[in-house]
Write a protein that binds this ligand. Sequence first.
Ligand SMILES: NC(=O)c1ccc[n+]([C@@H]2O[C@H](COP(=O)([O-])OP(=O)(O)OC[C@H]3O[C@@H](n4cnc5c(N)ncnc54)[C@H](OP(=O)(O)O)[C@@H]3O)[C@@H](O)[C@H]2O)c1
Length: 331
Amino acid sequence: MERDGSEVVVVTGASAGIGRAVAREFARHGAKVGLLARGTDGLEGAVRDVEAAGGEALAIPTDVADYEQVEEAASRVERELGPIDVWVNDAMTTVFAPFKEITPREFRRATEVTYLGAVYGTKVALERMLPRDRGTIVQVGSAMAYRSIPLQAPYCGAKHAMKGFTDSLRVELKHDGSNVHVTMVQLPGLNTPQFDHCESKMPNKPQPVPPIYQPEVAARGVYWAAHHRRRELYVGISAVLTIEGNKFLPGFGDWYLARTGYDSQQTDEPADPDRPSNLFEPVPGDAGAHGRFDGMAHGRSPQLWATTHRGALLAAGVAGLAGLYALLRSR
Ligand SMILES: NC(=O)c1ccc[n+]([C@@H]2O[C@H](COP(=O)([O-])OP(=O)(O)OC[C@H]3O[C@@H](n4cnc5c(N)ncnc54)[C@H](OP(=O)(O)O)[C@@H]3O)[C@@H](O)[C@H]2O)c1
């Protein structure tokens, strides 16, 4: 599916966190990468990263909550880089707070960026991919697309909506016999800067629910999902356990999270009440891909390796069983 050295990819939310790591991962494979986000400092850093990794970069300052800007960005990518092969919807923002403390304006904005931004990205990508009957759209999801947690109502709502929307679209593509592929990558807690620049009303600094993985683990998952026709890809054993556990014991999850979910999402350090947030405007500076949890974040996921090597594992299992059978028969 990959066209050697000439794959054209668009990554929304490419200036920081997972999007930044995803842009680098595609660049490592020689892709031309359209980088969409608002902050010019982060976009300039992403351009440097992509070029250093061997890719070609085109940064386009874009607010994904504005459909016209997303459409214009897609046109520019196709004019300057070529037909889009892969579109990755990664951009997000949120408000860490109990729902009762979030204003309607804040809730709408988090939803417009995190959910509608992905819908708009999907729309402009499809308009170009459907006539060519090829291309892949990757939705960057979360275990929270299945299992909601406290203090993250706008985010969990948006990720559930993204999954519902994507499931609907997938069936429509199948109905039409289209070769365009849409997939969703459900991620675990990750060491990204979102916990320092998303709006928070919590007394202490926010943190992802442990275990925490490095953004490169997510990026490898997104890259793999963009080049295989898997319906969804779960990344990290914690994402698998959260999603599968919630299918069988949702009430237990409610009980458990009511007891632990406030503490597990905050460190012991008091938050700075004046720190800027990226909800309506980008925060100045280049945040990069990593957050402040390098000391505790896992750089590998055996589960991701296993799920992306299912064929090899099955073959090894069959060979092992055949060997055992032969051994037993020879006695
Ligand atoms: N970190 C985790 O624990 C975790 C866990 C599961 C899933 N994920 C998923 O990973 C993805 C990225 O999250 P992250 O943790 O990497 O967040 P992040 O570090 O805060 O990065 C978010 C990116 O979105 C961009 N963005 C925000 N508002 C935007 C807007 N209005 N228009 C365009 N771009 C906008 C930001 O750039 P600008 O501010 O420059 O625009 C930034 O590049 C999300 O889809 C999230 O659901 C993260």
